[in-house]
Design a protein around this ligand. Structure first.
Ligand code: ASP
Length: 341
């Protein structure tokens, strides 16, 4: 049986070409993709294209677009074997993370890819990324999809979407999952490590939960930072979750004035989540005395979450009427393979 893949083209370098007058990269009409990569017609799957009316640089992609993509997948879920999202690389890790939380009980592959060089460039990475992603999006063992999660394919590697960071603005090998192994490699054979792939709980039916709140804010802590205005800012902008990207395994200033500011923020009903500035490793509250402040103020550990995953998880969970457990309990649970237990 021929598998069917729906390509959702959102924009990014992969769909751009050089405008020879201005010298800048501009989006081209993506419906002409098959004439640019005729190999698409040789694949053992049928491909249909759905595209955003205006292709976006991914720096303009946000919650509205995550919702739009999730709705397209929901509306086409039964008709396709897999989904391939073509997306700019700059915020691809955010979109992948957000979708992983919005798509519950997923049993089909949702693959994101893009490229560092436009498709028309002689040295482009777009062709390989696109063609192999289509393979992964239609990779089945009999009736069962091998990939049943939101994953990102780039430069011969398949990675868990909500574990990804964009690690290089220049290398073809642009994405990393520092706290999780690579899900699959494309060499002579297409491989996937079946022992580490995500599987939704058996009793969880496919269901799209579009809830995404914008009342989340993230701050990168740095030595000597002035946090005096933080409380009034959090109050005025009605932030419900404040994510602090703190030092190392979870250390922070011992200054009592700053502790009081954070206590007041908590007393006003805002959750405080702690994640690390380090690329790999995890938060360990209590390891150093300078992390005990987080016990005293009732902060939530983000474990080994990436910033992209912590942000989108908080956006999805805060004030979400579809969950009954508290934000803190849910946030510290591994919902879609995004964090280690
Ligand atoms: N600025 C582009 C984007 O993220 C970069 C890329 O696609 O690689 O849309």
């Amino acid at each position: 049986m021929k598998r069917k893949v729906l390509i959702i083209y959102t924009g990014g370098t992969i769909g751009m070409e050089k405008d020879y007058e201005s010298g800048s990269l501009k989006a081209f009409d993506f419906s002409t993709i098959a004439s640019r990569i005729p190999e698409i017609n040789l694949l053992d799957c049928d491909v249909t294209l759905s595209q955003f009316s205006i292709p976006l640089d991914s720096s303009d992609v946000g919650p509205e677009h995550w919702t739009a993509i999730a709705k397209i997948i929901e509306g086409n879920y039964e008709d396709y074997s897999g989904f391939l999202i073509l997306h700019g690389t700059d915020t691809m890790a955010y979109t992948a993370s957000a979708l992983s939380f919005m798509l519950k009980g997923l049993r089909k592959p949702v693959i994101l890819t893009g490229s560092q060089l436009p498709i028309g460039d002689l040295r482009t990475d777009a062709k390989e990324n696109l063609l192999t992603s289509l393979y992964y999006a239609s990779f089945y063992d009999g009736d069962e999809a091998v990939i049943q999660e939101v994953a990102l394919y780039f430069e011969y590697k398949l990675l868990r979407g909500n574990r990804c960071i964009k690690a290089s603005a220049e290398n073809f090998d642009a994405f990393k999952t520092p706290n999780y192994p690579i899900l699959g490699q494309s060499g002579v054979n297409l491989e996937a490590d079946r022992n580490i792939l995500y599987r939704a709980p058996k009793d969880e039916a496919f269901n799209v939960d579009l809830h995404i709140s914008k009342k989340v804010f993230l701050i990168w802590i740095f030595p000597g930072m002035n946090l005096n205005e933080l409380e009034s800012f959090i109050k005025a902008s009605e932030i419900k979750v404040l994510i602090l990207r703190v030092f190392g395994s979870g250390t922070f200033f011992s200054d009592k004035n700053i502790e009081n500011i954070l206590l007041n923020i908590r007393a006003n009903g805002t959750e405080i989540v702690i994640i690390s500035q380090c690329i790999s490793g995890e938060i360990s509250i209590g390891k150093y005395d300078n992390s005990n402040i987080f016990k005293r103020i009732g902060a939530i550990s983000g474990g080994d979450l990436t910033a992209e995953s912590a942000l989108t998880k908080a956006m999805h969970l805060i004030e979400n009427p579809h969950y009954t457990e508290s934000f803190g309990t849910l946030f510290q649970k591994n919902l879609r393979g995004e964090m280690s237990n």
